[in-house]
Ligand binder design. Sequence first.
Ligand SMILES: C[S@@+](CC[C@H](N)C(=O)[O-])C[C@H]1O[C@@H](n2cnc3c(N)ncnc32)[C@H](O)[C@@H]1O
Length: 226
Amino acid sequence: MHTKLYLLALCLLTAPVVVGQAEQHGQSHADHLERHFDAEESAQRFDDPARDAWQLPDQVIAALNLKRGQTVADIGAGTGYFTVRLAKTKASPRVYAADIEPSMVKYLRERAAKEGLDNVIAIQASPDGLNLPEPVNLILIVNTYHHIGDRETYFRRLAKSIRSGGQVAIIDFKPDSPVGPPKEFRFPPEQFRSEMGKAGYKVTARHHFLPRQEFLIFEVASNPSP
Ligand SMILES: C[S@@+](CC[C@H](N)C(=O)[O-])C[C@H]1O[C@@H](n2cnc3c(N)ncnc32)[C@H](O)[C@@H]1O
């Protein structure tokens, strides 16, 4: 339970709010740990139109190069910032929007229904893996990689959810980003490469156009051990 609250608190810290603002409002780190997660409140931050200026969602989605008939899993989908945009593209992929937080899953389900997106399926994720009904062509992980605990084990297991030739796209805050999680949860590109390498993946592309985040694409390099 404590771990879950900790992950949720970290999530709030990764919202586009300058780290340290919480302290300015008299909120300690401990308060964050005990704070209950609220999907509606998060939506205001995650889906703030001002985010588009640095998140560049259209460019990100173009770089993912999705084809019609393909399937995607958005891990740590939050309130659906990328899920909804992906689902509305010309390729119209089936998008599994997975989140560990039940209130987010409920929000995602309701948002998909409200926006008439039959190709969005909200999935309850667990801390150690995904329970997708089918393997997918693309796994997208935005501002969530740093929340995952034992990443080597997690990504080894995740390989079974990826179709042959499929990709894992990871976007997460750079160490020098003006916003993002605490410094210890921001990684240089070598760390993503090294951790994903240990889990059985190789990097196939690194995009440099996001001002605040690393954007790396991986594919399975070898058969991961069970
Ligand atoms: C900072 S939010 C990012 C949301 C969304 N990707 C975006 O860019 O707007 C991180 C999300 O990851 C979820 N999360 C944390 N750990 C997770 C895990 N192991 N599996 C799935 N979701 C997770 C949180 O509940 C939260 O909704």
